[in-house]
Design a binder for this molecule. Structure first.
Ligand code: FAD
Length: 238
């Protein structure tokens, strides 16, 4: 895998602390929904550092989209979410990962379970399904602290036939919400996921603690661990 120069072509804020970057990468070989890339920043004095970011959308020629959550005091994410401007250049390499991927030819029902920024590769799968005209039924359960922390909120509000979306809140829920704020549990997955007997492919992504809890819940509900694919968004870097 070679490093390629990527130019910021545009960006949009998803939440007060998360931004989607559109990058033009000449020579980009394409990627599958669920894969990630490494992004490398190099300072004028030659110091460089790298982090991993999931593709937020399916391949679109030489354009890739990443959604980055700002980590306070972080080295890379504040630059990508606050400083980078159209025309700035970084380096990327990838695509990386072959297990946590969804392909349009897959026919099993899909359950997507995301915590916070863990929705990023799951959104790429939803977008890939739509782009391919796939009729495979998807269910998305996404857990965020408050309604303002939900990425892609406008897009998720638009009905997408065959894609059921459930948003869980851990700190404050919208007025009138029947579920009190709280972390994901058995009842949430049992109510809004697929029954294990349908043998769905489950993709779970987010912070390590979230992923371990959600994966344990799925297995406790009878899902075959081989069909529970996980991606942990822990700290990454060189
Ligand atoms: C496969 C993979 C895919 C990823 N995809 C995405 C993505 O699509 N969007 C996204 O926003 N992030 C993603 N990440 C996380 C990302 O790689 C960085 O770790 C994150 O942006 C923080 O980098 P930083 O340089 O700003 O912070 P750092 O300088 O690395 O860390 C600053 C402080 O924050 C802590 N910290 C670092 N990362 C995290 C974290 N993820 N959660 C909680 N605390 C943390 C560190 O321990 C340290 O104390 C992914 C990680 C992996 C492994």
């Amino acid at each position: 895998m070679t490093w390629r120069v990527a130019t910021v072509a545009g960006f949009r804020d998803e939440t007060p602390a998360a931004r989607t970057l559109e990058l033009d990468v000449p020579g980009w070989p394409g990627h599958l929904a669920g894969q990630h890339v490494d992004v490398k920043l190099t300072a004028e004095d030659g110091y460089s550092t790298q982090r991993s970011y999931s593709a937020a959308a399916p391949a679109d020629g030489e354009r890739i989209e990443l959604t980055v959550q700002r980590v306070r005091d972080g080295e890379v994410s504040p630059y990508l979410t606050e400083v980078a401007e159209v025309g700035d250049q970084v380096e990327v390499r990838g695509p990386i990962g072959g297990w946590f991927v969804w392909r349009p030819e897959d026919t099993a029902p899909v359950l997507l379970v995301g915590g916070g920024s863990g929705i990023v590769p799951l959104m790429a799968m939803i977008r890939a399904r739509r782009a391919a005209g796939s009729l495979v039924p998807f269910r998305l359960i996404v857990s965020v602290r408050t309604p303002e922390d939900l990425y892609y909120a406008d897009e998720l509000r638009v009905p997408d036939p065959g894609v059921d979306v459930t948003v869980l809140h851990t700190r404050s829920a919208p007025e009138g919400s029947r579920r009190p704020p709280g972390r994901i549990g058995v009842a949430d997955v049992n109510t809004h996921g697929w029954p294990a007997v349908l043998e769905p492919t489950c993709f779970v992504c987010g912070p390590t603690g979230f992923v371990e809890t959600a994966a344990d819940v799925l297995v406790a509900l009878g899902h075959d661990p081989r069909r529970v694919r996980t991606e942990r968004f822990g700290p990454s870097g060189s």
